[in-house]
Write a protein that binds this ligand. Structure first.
Ligand SMILES: Cc1ncc(COP(=O)(O)O)c(C=O)c1O
Length: 388
């Protein structure tokens, strides 16, 4: 069969370039090469034992059917309680909907709020799937270039300048992927106010919320209720493969979101929701906090090591597990640099090309999702590659 029936929209859906690189890294590995992985945004820690047991127990108890589209009530309630415990804010569990990862949450919110032809503003560099999600619903991603001057985050001023009659929504992520930088709460409050005045909606991606180092995490729900939050069990909770996330929406939107969710997903995985419920217990939090400190140690090591050998990382990122480095001292083609580094030294990193149009050729994302010994070996190999 020919490919003639593939819809036009697929032309606009960009691939994840790093996936090709990852495939090559795996191929080299199966041929016996040692590869240091710093490319994927996935913690090397697996889900903690109590979480795995809770998932297994749910299956053993026969909980193998669909869950309610909005999620199991216990998990929605437990998430509300965790907002209360951590941020001292009251959220009605009815405003919390469980989704298949935060990817599911992003699709539901954009599907409910964005009309074809409307634009959705986002930072460039930024999380690559966002623009594809917007396009899936006929929206137009409006990428706003950000740089070191604003800590690679949107500001109220940038949003105001970029706003057009077609702008419908603004998406921000704090901490950000790929830069790991935070959006200060005061600036987010200003963005929120501006978006309200303009009659748009604000979507805040808090997937890396709890992975912050040396600063207090916050939630945008502390600023206002008329905004959308997405979050997930993937990163801080080390549950990428279970596919459980959540969203918090203004009350007026929950019925529509649930209706769309019933149609697109029917429900999120039932057993995974029971596992996620267990992840919110205080004994698991002890495990996650220990891991967070490990990430902090890795960040400190890699930041210093990469700067020492000539990568330019303008600000010490305070969150997530990424360093977004300017590599122009070594190359003006980060894409080839990454491929050559993999072939020559067996180090896999992500080229800037995956994160937008804002000088991607000058940038590389390093993920510190490996232990210190492996990171040190990675740095040793990078040094050999650049003949430091
Ligand atoms: C900023 C950001 N948002 C959303 C996601 C989606 O994650 P998940 O669907 O696993 O929750 C990711 C994954 O890397 C991300 O980096």
């Amino acid at each position: 069969m020919t490919r003639q029936h593939i819809a036009h929209r697929m032309k606009g859906i960009s691939p994840f370039h790093v996936m090709q690189l990852l495939a090559r890294a795996k191929e080299l590995e199966s041929a016996g090469r040692s590869i240091i992985h710093m490319e994927v945004g996935e913690p090397d820690f697996s889900s903690p034992e109590p979480v795995i047991t809770a998932g297994k127990n749910a299956l053993d108890a026969g909980l193998t059917g669909y869950a309610p589209a909005a999620g199991i009530p216990q998990l929605r309630k437990a998430i509300a309680e965790s907002y209360k415990r951590t941020y001292k804010i009251d959220i009605d569990p009815k405003r919390i909907l469980i989704t298949p990862g935060s990817s599911g949450a992003l699709q539901l919110i954009l599907g409910v709020c964005v009309n074809p032809g409307e634009t959705v503003m986002m930072a460039d560099p930024g999380y690559p799937c966002n623009q594809n999600f917007v396009k899936m619903f006929g929206g137009i991603p409006q990428q706003v270039q950000v740089d070191r001057k604003t800590n690679y985050q949107l500001t109220a001023e940038l949003v105001e300048k970029a706003w057009t009659a077609e702008t419908r929504a603004v998406m921000v992520a704090s901490p950000s992927n790929p830069t790991g930088t935070l959006l200060p709460k005061e600036e987010l409050a200003k963005i929120h106010q501006l978006v309200q005045e303009k009659g748009g909606i604000l979507l805040v991606d808090e997937i890396y919320q709890r992975l912050v180092y040396g600063v207090q995490s916050y939630t945008a729900l502390d600023i206002a209720n008329d905004l959308f939050i997405i979050n997930s069990f993937s990163k801080y909770f080390g549950m990428t493969g279970w596919r459980v996330g959540w969203l918090v929406a203004p009350e007026e939107y929950t019925e529509c979101i649930e209706r769309l969710s019933q149609n697109i997903f029917i429900s999120s995985s039932t057993s995974a929701q029971y596992a996620a419920l267990r992840a919110l217990d205080p004994d698991c939090e002890v495990i996650f906090e220990k891991r967070r400190l490990d990430f902090q140690e890795r960040r400190d090591f890699l930041y210093t090591a990469l700067k020492e050998i000539g990568f330019d990382i303008p600000v010490l990122p305070e969150g997530a597990f990424y360093l977004y480095a300017d590599c122009s001292k070594f190359t003006n083609d980060s894409y080839s640099f990454c491929w050559n580094l993999l072939e020559a030294e067996g180090v896999a990193v992500t080229p800037g090309k995956d994160f937008g149009e804002n000088n991607p050729q000058k940038h590389i994302r390093f993920a510190y999702t490996n232990n210190l010994a492996l990171l040190a070996e990675g740095v040793r190999r990078i040094k050999a590659f650049i003949k430091y």
